[in-house]
Design a protein around this ligand. Structure first.
Ligand code: NAD
Ligand code: WQD
Length: 336
C-alpha cells in the first residue's frame, strides 16, 4: 500500500515525499533526474527511511511505467513530474507538450489498467494569467500565456474528461509561488543555471554566486510599485498534498483547488524579508518590467480550507529563514 510520487527527486516532490512519510504513508518515487539530482533521493532517504522505494525511469517510457505498477502495490498517485520553465517552454514547445502531456496520459492509462483511481495533480496559478480581480478564486477564467502554461491547462482538461467517464478521482492543485525549504536544510530548490525565479535568485545573490538582483519594474499599481505574488512555504505546500490525499478518500470528480496563503507580498517585501534572514542587505537595482509579467496575483484560499481542511502555517519570515538555511548549507545546491 503506497503512494506513487512522480518527480519526487524535484523541489516540491522531495518535500512532499518527506511529508507523506511523516504522515505515515509508504512512498514510491519515480524520477528520471532530467531536472534533479540523485543526491535529492539520498537526502529524502536520510529524512525518511532507508527503505524508501525509488525507481529511475522516464514516464514517457510506457513499458517502464507498466512495470512500476506491476512491481509495486500503488494505491494513490501524486503527479509532479513535468518540465516547468516558462521561458524555455517558449523556445522548446514540442518538448514541453510531449513531456508534460505524454507523461500525464501514460500515467493515467497505467493507473486505469491497474485499478488505481486516486490522483493528485500539480497544476499552477499560471492558468489564471492576469486575473481581473484578486484574491483569485478557482472560478476565475483560465487560459495560458506560454506553452508551459498550456500544458497545465490541457492536463487539467484531460483529467476532467477522464474523471467524468471513469472511476478516476482527481484533485487539481493550483500552486502559487513555492519557496523555502525543509527545516533540516538538507533538501531544497536547486535550479540549473541562473535562476529565473525571484527567491532562488535573491539567495544566490546573498551567498555571493550572483552580484545583484534586478527588480523588474517599480511602477505597478501596488503599495511600493513592485509586483505582488502569493509566496507559499514548500513544507506547507507539501502538507497540502497530504491533506488532498486524505480528502480524495471520500471525494468524487475533479475539483481544482488553490494552494496559496491568501497573502500578497511585493518583490521588495521579499527582498527585505530575505535581508533580515541573511543578516545583510540584498544588493538590488530597479530595472524595466519583465515582458509578460503579472502585476498582482494571490490566492483565495477558502476552498482549500473547506474541501481539504488545510491552510498554511508559515509566513514570509519563515520562508526566507528556511530558504537561506538550505542555501547557506549548500552554496552550490546538491553539487555542494
Ligand atoms: P522540479 O523540476 O524540481 O521537479 C520535477 C521533477 O520531475 C524533476 O525531478 C524531474 O527530473 C522530474 N521529471 C520531469 N519529467 C520527467 C519524466 N518524463 N519522467 C520522470 N521524471 C520527470 O519542479 P518542481 O518545482 O518540484 O515542480 C513540481 C511540479 O509542480 C511541476 O509539475 C510544476 O509544473 C508544478 N509547479 C511548480 C511551481 C514552482 O514554482 N516550482 C509552481 C506551480 C506548479
Ligand atoms: C516573482 C516576482 C518578477 C526574478 C513563476 C512561473 C509561473 C508559476 C509561478 C509554475 C515577479 C520578480 C523575479 C528577478 C524580479 N510557476 N522578479 N527579479 O512570475 O510568479 O511566475 O512562478 O507554474 O508559471 O512563471 O514568479 O519568481 O519568476 O517572479 O524582480 O530576477 O519577482 O517580476 O514580480 P512568477 P517569479
Amino acid at each position: 500500500m503506497a503512494v506513487l510520487v512522480t518527480g519526487g527527486a524535484g523541489y516540491i516532490g522531495s518535500h512532499t515525499a518527506v511529508a507523506l512519510h511523516d504522515a505515515g504513508y509508504k512512498v514510491v518515487i519515480v524520477d528520471n533526474f532530467v531536472n534533479s539530482s540523485p543526491k535529492a533521493i539520498e537526502a529524502v532517504r536520510a529524512l525518511t527511511s532507508p527503505g524508501l522505494a525509488f525507481v529511475e525511469a522516464d514516464l514517457l517510457d510506457s513499458g517502464a511505467v507498466r512495470q512500476l505498477f506491476a512491481q509495486h502495490q500503488i494505491d494513490e498517485v501524486i503527479h509532479f513530474a513535468a518540465h516547468k520553465a516558462v521561458g524555455e517552454s517558449a523556445d522548446q514547445p514540442l518538448r514541453y507538450y510531449r513531456n508534460n502531456l505524454g507523461s500525464t496520459l501514460g500515467l493515467v492509462e497505467a493507473m486505469a489498467e491497474h485499478g488505481v483511481t486516486k490522483l493528485v495533480f500539480s497544476s499552477s496559478c499560471t492558468v489564471y494569467g492576469q486575473p481581473a480581480t484578486v484574491p483569485v478564486t478557482e472560478a476565475a477564467p483560465t487560459g495560458a500565456e506560454s506553452p508551459y502554461g498550456w500544458t497545465k491547462y490541457m492536463s487539467e482538461q484531460i483529467l476532467r474528461d477522464a474523471a467524468a467517464v471513469s472511476d478516476l478521482d482527481v484533485v487539481l492543485l493550483r500552486y502559487f509561488n513555492p519557496v523555502g525549504a525543509h527545516e533540516s536544510g538538507t533538501i531544497g530548490e536547486d535550479p540549473n543555471g541562473i535562476p529565473n525565479n525571484l527567491v532562488p535568485y535573491v539567495m544566490q545573490v546573498a551567498i555571493g554566486r550572483l552580484e545583484k538582483l534586478r527588480v523588474f519594474g517599480d511602477d505597478y499599481d501596488t503599495p511600493d510599485g513592485t509586483a505582488i505574488r502569493d509566496y507559499i512555504h514548500v513544507v506547507d505546500l507539501a502538507e497540502g498534498h497530504v491533506a488532498a490525499l486524505a480528502a480524495l478518500a471520500s471525494m468524487d470528480g475533479c475539483p481544482a483547488v488553490n494552494l496559496g496563503t491568501g497573502v500578497g507580498s511585493t518583490v521588495l517585501d521579499v527582498v527585505n524579508a530575505a535581508a533580515d534572514a541573511v543578516g545583510s542587505p540584498i544588493p538590488h537595482e530597479i530595472v524595466e518590467r519583465r515582458l509578460g509579467d503579472i502585476e498582482k496575483i494571490y490566492a483565495d484560499a477558502a476552498l482549500a480550507r473547506d474541501l481539504l481542511g488545510w491552510e498554511t502555517r508559515r509566513d514570509l519570515t519563515e520562508m526566507m529563514r528556511d530558504h537561506w538555511n538550505w542555501q547557506r548549507k549548500n552554496p552550490q545546491g546538491f553539487a555542494t
